[in-house]
Design a protein around this ligand. Sequence first.
Ligand code: NAI
Length: 477
Amino acid sequence: MKIACIGAGYVGGPTMAMVALKCPEIEVVVVDINEERIKAWNSDKLPIYEPGLLEVVKECRGRNLFFSTDTKKHVGEADIVFVSVNTPTKTHGIGAGKAADLTYWEGAARLIASVSTSSKIVVEKSTVPVKTAEAIGKVLKRNCQDPNVQFEILSNPEFLAEGTAMEDLRQPDRVLIGGADTPSGQKAIQTLVSVYAHWIPRERILTANLWSAELAKLTANAFLAQRISSINAISALCEATGADVQQVAHAIGTDSRIGPKFLNASVGFGGSCFQKDILNLCYVCESVGLKEVAEYWYQVVSMNDYQKQRFVERVISAMFNTVSQKKIAIYGFAFKKDTGDTRETPAIDVCKGLIRDGAKVCVFDPEVTPEQIFRDLSAPKFEWDRPNYSRSQSHMLENVQVVSDAVAAAEGAHAICILTEWDQFKTLDYQAMYEKMTKPAFIFDGRNILDHAKLREIGFIVYALGKPLDPFLVKGY
Ligand code: NAI
């Protein structure tokens, strides 16, 4: 059996590496139009950082795992084609700012149709709007020259989380495979089940109809993001009342109906998926006339924007209503720890908000390159997933510095903002940092990972999300 995967990104690369590792008799080729990315996949400096990924790639690469730009050849030869291309939010036209832009997906489907001389199973790995399989089926059928070629479309959404992708792939809570309710659809489902059954217990491989599988992925992301927005909403109330959001989260999380996960208040959720998938869900709801349902889910995104804005406003108000010309150290730019991914990271909105008020930000992140940070801070909203956006906000960059260690970032700074929960931030020498900073020295812990009592002992004025306010902020002495 030969598998090709179109799209060598955060999903295509790790998922196919795991398939190759667990199924040594299957040849797996990951193809991409991005030459640089493929070159990196073929080197020891992979294009994405994910714990444990390099080891798996090294074990399989050249054996039964290959990375190539020759999309036509490998897609043409494959029995199963996974499509794992990006599905960003549309930036213009009907549905701009909400609907999924399926340009890349349609391009992949046209490519599959044009090179197919044998029947194939086409697997939706990307997150797509419900009913995409119907549209893709039409593109495939109408563009393939060979009448004997049959396409069977499956939906097999990916539930991995960046930072723990390899463990999630090795031992997923479940794998979901949706297919048509026809004999050939069911046969295709069983073919894909047999691939995953190499390492995943059968009871964890769920099968469903196509539309349920497509919608389940959007729903999963909407529910996960909803929990974050819910606890973030409560964090605002905690600050206003003297309650502690961590105590509240612990108290509710011990209820087995609620559960303890995804209850950490933070500066907001990020990542390429949550916002885009909820907006997409809202758009689908609106398109079928479900205005109230769309509005309900839209609040999850609004609350996230509010949380980021609230954080910026807190920094400014705490620092005597002005950050003009003040150096502010930003610890962490990635959207979460253990990844170098910055797509939709709250750090972008927080930095832009502070810079707009005149601050000079100095960023340190252990995994994000300066080039990426400059790129993110000059890209207009929603344009980050397109290679050729115009750098319309590049004046932002005059007030951005990127450094390679935490101490350099703190030197002369008025404040430190923790925006990513990197473990190494917990053990930094804050006493040394304090001595190098301008006084009064502030810490705004946007992830609640530091020992706030200890920091206050050192002399910092500490603001933590959803926690009782620093006495300094309350009494002003
Ligand atoms: P990505 O942007 O890292 O990778 C997509 C790749 O597809 C890019 O390298 C791009 O060059 C390539 N591509 C686009 N059109 C192509 C074409 N016609 N032929 C060949 N290559 C093409 O995106 P990522 O993060 O891997 O996401 C892919 C999909 O998976 C998205 O729909 C996303 O919503 C979904 N997803 C992402 C997760 C994540 O944690 N990043 C988790 C679960 C699902």
